[in-house]
Design a protein around this ligand. Structure first.
Ligand code: SF4
Length: 196
């Protein structure tokens, strides 16, 4: 079976984000958005009226009809790596509106929520070793938390992995520590001390 943007999206829905992310890396650099199906179009048409993160996608499709299908198909027919990059960028930026990789904004809501919760150990380890990659918010927080508690980690590598300056990394660590300190200490349930 050949790989399509929909098969990559389906794998992501099942919790396997690697195929989508790996495909997105095949459209590297700053100019990835030049070779797209939407580059010569009025960009407003990719934000259909009535579609949004809290709408029901079936109702949106029903109310907008075949014109919407044409638009979604055009979008999904972008070169595979470009569509994957477009979708990953929109997830990373938590971009709520507009069609991306053939998916309506209303269809992307569940995927956006799943992206925010995913923790890919390879991505976290890679960022700690200085590899720049697309990280979810949870992964980013995990990288900062590990760096804050592991003095053996190299600050320059972690800053590179997060795509921030050394100074900003230290600021993130201070913020993380402050947040951790302000959390109420866990209280042991009654009787647990006796049991120890
Ligand atoms: S996937 Fe759709 S929105 Fe993204 S670049 Fe291609 S045509 Fe444009």
């Amino acid at each position: 079976m050949s790989t399509t943007i929909y098969s990559l999206i389906e794998a992501a829905y099942q919790g396997d984000w690697s195929p989508l992310i790996e495909e997105s890396k095949k459209a590297p650099g700053k100019h990835w958005a030049e070779d797209t199906r939407c580059s010569n179009q009025d960009i407003d048409i990719f934000v259909p009226p009535g579609d949004g993160p809290r709408e029901d996608p079936d109702l949106v499709k029903h109310s907008l009809g075949t014109a919407l299908n044409r638009l979604r198909n055009l979008c999904a027919s972008c070169p595979l790596a470009v569509a994957a990059r477009c979708l990953v960028e929109s997830l990373r930026d938590d971009d709520e509106f507009g069609i991306r990789a053939g998916l309506l904004a209303s269809e992307r809501s569940a995927l956006r929520a799943a992206w925010q919760q995913r923790v890919n150990e390879d991505a976290v380890r890679g960022a700690l070793q200085g590899c720049t990659t697309a990280l979810s918010k949870v992964e980013r927080d995990t990288v900062i938390a590990r760096f804050a508690t592991d003095p053996s980690l190299e600050p320059a590598a972690v800053a590179r992995g997060l795509g921030v300056t050394h100074e900003y990394l230290l600021k993130l660590v201070r913020r993380h520590r402050k947040k951790s300190e302000s959390r109420p200490a866990a209280t042991l349930p009654a009787g647990s001390a006796d049991a120890a």
